[in-house]
Design a protein. Structure first.
Length: 395
């Protein structure tokens, strides 16, 4: 019973109707319940019951006749054509065309949020890859709230998606729905970060190498008193790996890491805390931090919105960027003809990350192996926010 309840509803309906066909409860040529009847019987949406019927047609068990309904396939005809596609176990199964159209593959996408600095490129890459492979994406945002993430996973499974791509919410604990998917070997790919102790395929930036490169760039400008600025790490692998790269750069340079310069308790950039009062609180905290640590000549921000907070805090103290203090971050929106402000940043290959996520989900659905962890290189883009450390400048 527990195994059945953990399966998506469309699979449960598929297996129940298949059992009735195999047991001859529905005989050859007999009309089976409609999408609406199955939806009412099982308390689901018609989209879910439709997916179950498509699976039955895909296995050659039924023939769907537009305007008439679905009927148990005659043994002699089989109700199939010569084409074959893999089933969920990776084995070949015939495909039945419904109303002249092949079965479509749907992939659920759950993200915390996305914007012009990060996330839009991911969606663009996924949409492009899915379009090229005749797939459809179904998007839900969790806003970084674990409960909403769990609910979205359950709802997309009930909808009947063939695979899932998840950008997990930041936090110390991963949600139980993801663990269930891993145990069931459901086609699942995590993007942007991975989860400790969970054997799920993931695609992310090589955050440690990228952070090390950005820190070494600041060292090259003469900066050695660098503040690391971030949300609480809270076992979020992306932030932890950027800390690792930051520390590694110091070690290889022979510079002592001074954690008193760090500010790692900023929360206003988290999707669930992105409010004016929290933003003001973080700016005020950073302003006080810079005022009390005048030795700081540069800040390493783990994301673009953190860099914006740092720049605003510097301005409140009358510090010029980059003349008095430099700022480097991950990601920065593209600027056009002088519009906006371009931070020196590590540009993540979002589009490729998105494309690979779709490709890996489809390979997993076909029973093919994929790497457990894929990490992509980030590119250093020099902008307007960095310059030589004040003490190294020539007059």
């Amino acid at each position: 019973m527990s195994d059945t309840s953990s399966k998506p509803m469309y699979e449960q309906i598929f297996e129940e109707v298949k059992r009735r066909i195999v047991s001859k409860a529905y005989g050859p040529g007999e009309r089976i319940p409609s999408e609406k009847q199955l939806a009412d019987e099982h308390g689901v949406s018609r989209i879910t019951s439709k997916k179950a019927l498509e699976l039955l047609a895909g296995e050659g068990l039924i023939v769907r006749k537009p305007g008439k309904g679905s009927f148990v396939a005659e043994p002699e005809s089989g109700g199939t054509d010569e084409a074959a596609v893999p089933d969920r176990a990776g084995k070949a199964r015939p495909t039945v065309k419904t109303a002249g159209k092949p079965e479509m593959t749907t992939i659920g996408l759950i993200m915390t949020d996305f914007g012009n600095s990060y996330g839009t490129g991911l969606v663009y890459g996924m949409e492009s890859a899915s379009r090229e492979r005749d797939c459809f994406l179904v998007l839900r945002r969790s806003f970084g709230v674990p409960d909403q993430e769990e609910q979205s996973i359950r709802q997309l499974l009930q909808l009947g998606v063939d695979g899932l791509i998840v950008l997990p919410a930041q936090g110390e604990y991963f949600n139980a729905e993801i663990l269930k998917l891993v145990i069931r070997k459901f086609p699942l790919v995590l993007v942007d970060r991975h989860l400790k102790g969970v054997a799920a395929a993931s695609i992310s930036t090589d955050n440690a190498a990228a952070a090390q490169k950005a820190t070494e760039y600041l060292f090259g400008l003469g900066h050695e008193r660098i503040a690391f600025v971030s949300p609480p790490p809270a076992d979020t692998t992306a932030v932890e790996e950027r800390i690792e790269g930051f520390i590694r750069a110091h070690a290889e340079r022979g510079v002592a890491v001074d954690r008193t310069l760090w500010a790692t308790d900023l929360t206003s950039t988290l999707p669930s805390r992105f409010r004016d009062d929290n933003i003001e609180r973080d700016i005020a905290a950073l302003t006080e931090h810079l005022r009390s640590k005048p030795a700081i000549t540069a800040l390493f921000a783990t994301e673009y919105n953190i860099a914006l907070l740092a720049r605003k805090a510097a301005e409140r103290l009358g510090l010029r960027v980059p003349q008095d203090v430099s700022i480097v971050c991950f990601d920065s929106p593209p600027t056009r003809l002088g519009e906006g402000y371009a931070f020196t940043h590590m540009r993540q290959d979002e589009e490729r990350m998105g494309r690979l996520a779709v490709e890996h989900v489809l390979r997993l659905r076909n029973g093919e192996p994929v790497p457990n962890k894929t990490m992509l290189e980030a590119e250093l883009v020099v902008g307007e926010s960095t310059g030589p450390a004040a003490e190294t400048k020539t007059v």
